[in-house]
Design a protein around this ligand. Structure first.
Ligand code: SP5
Ligand code: ZN
Length: 336
């Protein structure tokens, strides 16, 4: 199984975030990627680590606004030791600001957990390149590819960053695959994939399904509800499955089989993009689901049994010490 990663992704080190006014150590650490690299390296007979081809700027512009790209370029001018945290978010002027002025970054951002610094653009661009490479590999006939995308992507919208996400990696993979068929994006991160939902809300060739913790209680709070079903010709092509707090693997799998699988089969997709967040793990410090390492294997098996080519794109997962083994369990299940 090809694993796409570039060492430059490790140079982005967000230091802290503001979570409900409290300053906490940033959960999206380089240790996460290092844990996955170590586990994949130990199972080297099954995995082949590759550096992705660079992603053309046009591919990023196909999904994201020019202002967002310009803002990240402006952040490259920040001093090396400086993280910029937007704290003012103009409610009525979303996407309208001067992206060359870092102080107006809040126009392109929706939370206080997603800092900008001089390494953000490089790391986020390589993270997106991993997702694009995984998708390109599938178009050439590979059945499973994994993008070790970090920073993650599924919260990023066309013109907004947030939730530790800067470019929507799963969206990039879906858009790449969409050129050769119908695509389902299955988001198993603990958090609702608001960015991916938004990007394909009006698209009837891309079915987006997200299973997640109740947004009344968990990030991203303002969306992820069952009532969001798609718009225009995309109506019926977005599914939000809100799961109960502290759900265990057996109940999670039951919900998946009852509600996600039939919808996927009915849609008759050609490709599956898996937004592979592992923050549903029982020890995750942010999510509160109770999945075990074995559950990730079983979930992978169940998804693999659908029989579609799968581009697995890494999303969240914050118990770094076990993140690698969980990612490998999921991928082994997908291969089984
Ligand atoms: C990609 C992804 O998983 N993004 C998640 C963003 C979640 N941001 C909100 C984090 C709130 C942290 N609260 C800490 C609670 C400790 N018990
Ligand atoms: Zn998450």
């Amino acid at each position: 199984t090809p694993v796409f990663f570039n060492e430059l992704q490790l140079e982005f080190k967000p230091r802290y975030e503001w979570a409900f006014g409290e300053k906490i150590t940033h959960p999206e650490t380089t240790a996460r990627a290092e844990s996955i690299l170590a586990a994949v390296g130990q199972a080297h007979e099954d995995f082949d680590i590759r550096v992705p081809a660079p992603i053309p700027a046009s591919a990023l512009r196909g999904l994201h606004s020019m202002q967002l790209l310009n803002l990240y370029a402006a952040a490259e001018q920040l001093p090396g030791d400086k993280d910029f945290h937007p704290t003012v978010f103009p409610k009525l002027k979303r996407g309208e600001g001067d992206p060359t002025n870092i102080h107006q970054a809040g126009a392109y951002c929706f939370d206080s957990g997603t800092p900008l610094n001089a390494q953000t653009l490089s790391a986020a661009t390589w993270s997106a390149a991993c997702a694009r490479a995984a998708a390109t590999t599938l178009r050439k006939g590979t059945k499973l590819a994994y993008a070790l995308s970090r920073p993650p992507g599924h919260h990023a919208q066309r013109d907004l960053f947030g939730g530790y996400c800067y470019f929507n990696n799963a969206g990039i993979a879906a858009k790449t695959l969409r050129r050769s068929g119908r695509v389902v994006v299955l988001d198993i991160d603990f958090h609702h994939g608001n960015g991916t939902q938004d990007l394909f809300l009006r698209d009837d060739k891309v079915l987006t399904i997200s299973l997640h913790g109740d947004p009344r209680e968990y990030f991203p709070f303002f969306c992820g509800y069952a009532s969001e079903v798609g718009e225009g010709r995309g109506r019926g092509h977005n599914i939000n499955l809100v799961l109960e707090s502290e759900i265990d693997g057996a109940h999670y799998l039951a919900a998946f089989e009852a509600h996600a699988l039939p919808a996927i089969e009915l849609f008759e997709p050609d490709y599956l993009v898996l937004a592979a967040g592992l923050d549903t793990y029982e020890r995750d410090p942010i999510g509160n689901f109770k999945l075990t390492t074995e559950d990730f294997f079983r979930l992978g098996e169940r998804i693999g049994a659908i029989g579609l080519p799968v581009a697995a794109i890494q999303e969240g997962g914050y118990y770094a010490a076990h993140l690698g083994r969980n990612a490998v369990a999921l991928l082994r299940g997908l291969r089984a």
